[in-house]
Design a protein. Structure first.
Length: 232
């Protein structure tokens, strides 16, 4: 019964959005949003965001290095290990976000003919994010000296790291990856619908973007099914 109610609610919400979208499309010959005036403020905002993310990642790296060189024992050592683990997670997230937003900012700079200084800044933040990612991964053997962790040059680094994790760590990783997979698939499907609606309302075809997102969804789902089918 609950499943039917959920399905009915989804159909109702979809119908409302579909009606509003078609109403907007039929009552406006062409919907154009001029973002030209917002290009420079967006670049400044992205620049400040990148500075903040890079500073955050660097501070997490320095915190781990400082704790590693601090003599600790007993409960202090256990507490420090928890702090380092959270700092490592925050730092890797910050470096990854720096990479993503550097590419976004670089794209906006090139497509909107912004100042060359923005492009140079984006290049250095992108390079810095790669250096920080490598530096964080290099910290793992120092953080866990009792484990024989694989070298970064190992082509099967991710697989070897997974094999060395205990059951609790694997369970946490499985939960995170499974939820991420579901969320990513739902967001990409939503993005395709948004791009389709945008194409219909503005006449600016986003077919290439739709094809790219569809290809990513097809590839990731085939890869997932191919992996789980080989386990039985």
């Amino acid at each position: 019964m609950k499943s039917w109610l959920k399905f009915g609610l989804q159909m109702f919400v979809g119908g409302v959005f579909g009606y509003l979208g078609m109403y907007a499309y039929l009552n406006n010959e062409l919907i154009q949003i001029d973002l030209t005036a917002y290009e420079l403020p967006m670049m400044i905002l992205l620049t400040l965001l990148l500075i903040g993310l890079f500073t955050w990642a660097l501070s997490r790296y320095q915190l781990i290095r400082r704790l590693l060189h601090t003599p600790l024992a007993g409960e202090e050592e256990d507490e420090a290990e928890g702090i380092m683990y959270r700092a490592y997670s925050d730092g890797t997230l910050a470096s990854t976000l720096t990479t993503i937003f550097s590419l976004v900012s670089m794209s906006l700079t090139l497509l909107s003919d912004q100042s060359l200084w923005f492009l140079l800044f984006n290049f250095f933040t992108l390079l810095g994010s790669f250096v920080l990612s490598y530096a964080f991964n290099a910290l793992l053997p120092v953080m866990y000296p009792d484990r024989t962790l694989p070298k970064l040059s190992n082509p099967d680094y991710a697989q070897r790291l997974l094999e060395l994790s205990d059951d609790g760590e694997k369970h946490v990783m499985l939960q995170g990856l499974y939820r991420t997979n579901i969320t990513s698939s739902a967001l990409m499907m939503f993005a395709i619908i948004v791009l389709l609606a945008y194409s219909l309302m503005t006449g600016d075809s986003q077919l290439f973007s739709i094809f790219v997102l569809s290809f990513i969804m097809v590839f990731t789902n085939i890869q997932y099914i191919r992996i789980i089918r080989t386990k039985n």
